[in-house]
Design a protein around this ligand. Structure first.
Ligand SMILES: Cc1cc2nc3c(=O)[nH]c(=O)nc-3n(C[C@H](O)[C@H](O)[C@H](O)COP(=O)(O)OP(=O)(O)OC[C@H]3O[C@@H](n4cnc5c(N)ncnc54)[C@H](O)[C@@H]3O)c2cc1C
Length: 393
């Protein structure tokens, strides 16, 4: 339903050649034929020539079905559980009215890796000690909210040759910039990647540089102003190296038993120090692209954030990894299969309750996770149809 395609760009040719010079394979499809390493122009959710979300691809065509009701601006605040069985949900509308909706078959939570555990814990499904501390009656003692994983990143901005003239226009309906991705193992004998890098080529004087810096990666004004200044009359190469297999784990806890309170998100990023060491090495490995023929020919230089200027070598990169640490927003694992849900995504110890979203991933995936979440949803739909013996035309 969610169609994908590549958005090829001539601007990428020189960059891919630079990574090839470093010994990386340039591949058409990183997901096929047991090729898990190399640089490519990635697949994007642009199948119909326009960027699509799952809401557009799946809900769009289904929204007028008579057996589907979509309530926007409505928040689920609790799963109603009676005698160990989920019987419905409590919701609050945007005007503050509260309703109870009852299920005839089962309740499915898809609120994501932060809010699905929040809802379960508010409903008494979670770690007993934590629920007791908030006065929430325990229905099932399960490690809900634990095992939070993410891919952590540190943006590296490279300033290229001086360029003048009008700013090239950006088409907001497609991916706005030339993009390449790389999957790299530091140990050449290893078959899976340590890090991924997503590389954007940003035209000179482009407001897109600020948008990406502020809105997507949430860096401080101080950093984003420096980045923007670096892009005046210069093309910039905005690279997002991120660790794919991390040992650090975080957790989601409730701040209170009030559903309107945001949960507490402890990312746990770099809580296992070996992740920081590895990230330092990955950043140093990535930065070797500055010594390639093409990068040298355009006088490429690393934009100095001023954050770790007193350090050099691997110490610089470890400092940089911490100072520029950010999230790929790949939160997952907080209602993990095995410990919280079973192998058909049903919450353990509770009847009639399933979780279908990124929170069920027991381990990390080595790449962007939206495709995997979509696959989990497709598989979850199969489990549900099979449980209730429903056939679909
Ligand atoms: C800025 C950004 C960029 C990203 N870029 C990429 C990318 O390029 N590639 C990629 O693969 N992944 C990307 N991701 C990650 C990807 O979007 C997520 O991994 C994916 O959407 C997770 O799917 P989900 O169904 O688990 O949760 P979500 O997509 O978060 O869906 C949860 C839904 O539940 C709703 N909800 C939550 N709580 C309640 C409640 N109490 N009541 C009712 N509704 C509720 C939310 O509004 C939301 O619509 C990006 C994420 C962000 C934030």
């Amino acid at each position: 339903m969610l169609k994908i395609r590549r958005q090829k760009s001539d601007s990428n040719i020189n960059y891919l050649a630079a990574f090839e010079e470093l010994g990386h394979r340039i591949v058409d499809d990183i997901t096929s034929d047991n090729i898990f390493l190399g640089y490519t122009e990635p697949l994007l959710t642009l199948g119909d020539g326009i960027r699509e979300t799952n809401a557009i691809a799946y809900l769009g065509p289904a929204k007028s079905r008579s057996n589907l009701c979509i309530a926007t601006s409505t928040t689920a605040t609790k799963v109603l559980i009676e005698n160990g069985m989920a019987i419905g949900v409590q919701i609050t509308t945007s005007s503050g009215e509260t309703y109870k909706l009852y299920a005839t078959k089962e309740v499915i939570l898809s609120a994501g890796a932060i809010n699905s555990p929040k809802l379960l814990m508010l409903s008494g499904v979670g770690p007993k000690k934590h629920l007791d501390s908030l006065g929430i009656p325990v229905v099932a003692d399960l490690p809900v909210g634990q095992n939070l994983s993410d891919h952590n990143l540190a943006v590296v901005l490279i300033q290229m040759d001086e360029i003048h003239g009008p700013i090239p226009p950006v088409n907001p309906y497609t991916f706005p910039l030339p993009i390449t991705t790389g999957y790299v193992a530091l140990d050449k004998k290893q078959t899976y990647p340590d890090y991924q890098t997503i590389n954007l080529v940003i035209p000179h004087d482009s407001p897109t540089l600020l948008q990406v810096c502020v809105n997507v990666f949430k860096y401080s004004d101080e950093i984003c102003n420096k980045f923007y200044a670096a892009g005046i009359n210069r093309t910039t190469f905005f690279a997002v190296p991120n660790l794919l297999v991390t040992k650090s784990r975080g957790q989601i806890l409730l701040a209170s038993n009030d559903p309107t309170d945001d949960p507490l998100v402890y990312t746990g990023m770099y809580s296992d120090k070996s992740d920081l060491k590895l990230m330092g090495k990955c950043l140093a490995d990535f930065a070797s692209v500055l010594n390639t023929k093409y990068f040298r020919s355009v006088n490429a230089t690393l934009v100095d954030t001023g954050l770790c200027s007193d350090k050099s070598g691997i110490e610089f990169w470890e400092c940089y990894a911490l100072a520029m640490s950010g999230s790929m927003w790949h939160y997952a694992g907080t209602c993990a299969m095995g410990s919280v849900v079973d192998n058909t995504l049903r919450v353990k110890s509770i009847q009639g309750l399933r979780v279908v979203d990124a929170s069920v991933m027991p381990a990390q995936v080595s790449g962007n996770i939206n495709g995997v979440v979509t696959m989990i949803a497709e598989r979850g739909a199969e489990f549900i149809l099979k449980t209730w013996d429903i056939s679909v035309d």
